[in-house]
Design a protein around this ligand. Structure first.
Ligand SMILES: Nc1nc2c(c(=O)[nH]1)N[C@@H](CN(C=O)c1ccc(C(=O)N[C@@H](CCC(=O)O)C(=O)O)cc1)CN2
Ligand SMILES: NCC(=O)N[C@@H]1O[C@H](COP(=O)([O-])[O-])[C@@H](O)[C@H]1O
Length: 209
């Protein structure tokens, strides 16, 4: 059974999708054993506590040096014997040092079809604001491994979502969450725990069941 840490910063709807999938028995071979928040007031922490999952808070601004933050993050992940790290609305860029410790063992969900609307500065509603500003007719969500490049890691799963006339960033965000993020992330975590994701030449492939 793999130990899964879910890193959060906000409302935690993607965390909730993972918790619900686990309760439905859809994440075979893995268990959420830690929720770590980058913000002390994240509602995601309440979702974890309600589900009986241990929580930790680690604030980047509490550390003067990146190395100290990295050391603390790695110590927590080691203490909980974490095998897979899931970034579910986590808004801190993970350093190369930490990425190297968990190469192809950190999964992130991004609310756009990478390589569109991604990278530094593209997070939360800002992603959907950019999509609407550009006038795209289709957007979606991407689940990918995390590497040194923000949103640049091997793509695991993607799902397209229609942009509709009259969409606001909030309406579009909700549709992308409902139709894509909350389906893709549990699926990707389950595939990882089943050992069905292989990475070669910077690309991820899914082994047939
Ligand atoms: N090494 C990596 N770290 C992280 C990745 C990644 O792909 N590689 N993904 C992000 C999540 N994310 C997009 O999916 C993302 C998060 C945050 C930002 C961003 O620009 N953040 C701001 C600060 C925002 C805040 O503190 O409220 C910033 O760094 O200036 C872009 C993309 C998680 N980490
Ligand atoms: N670049 C990262 C990023 O923008 N992540 C996005 O933040 C939101 C978190 O919502 P949640 O806390 O309700 O899961 C989600 O839409 C997620 O895709």
């Amino acid at each position: 059974m793999l130990n899964i840490a879910v890193l959060v910063s906000g409302g935690g709807t993607n965390l909730q999708a993972l918790i619900d999938a686990q309760h439905r028995g859809e994440i075979s071979g893995g268990k959420i054993t830690l929720v770590l928040s980058g913000k002390a007031d994240a509602f995601a922490l309440h979702r974890a506590e309600k589900a009986g999952i241990p929580t930790e808070v680690l604030l980047r601004k509490s550390f003067s040096a990146q190395e100290e933050y990295d050391r603390s993050l790695l110590e927590i992940l080691s203490r909980y014997e974490i095998d897979l790290v899931v970034l579910a609305g986590f808004m801190t860029i993970i350093s190369n040092h930490v990425v190297r410790h968990y190469e192809n063992k950190i999964i992130n969900v991004h609310p756009a079809l990478i390589p569109s609307f991604c990278g530094e500065g593209f997070y939360g509603l800002k992603v959907h604001e950019a999509a609407l500003e550009k006038g795209v007719k289709v957007t979606g969500a991407t689940v990918h491994f995390v590497n040194e490049v923000c949103d640049g890691g091997p793509i695991i799963l993607q799902k397209a979502v229609e942009v509709l006339p009259g969409d606001t960033p909030e309406i579009l965000q909700r549709r992308v969450m409902e139709q894509a993020e909350w389906k893709l992330l549990p699926k990707a975590v389950s595939l990882f725990c089943e050992g069905r994701i292989k990475v070669a030449d910077g690309r991820a492939t899914i082994k047939e069941d």
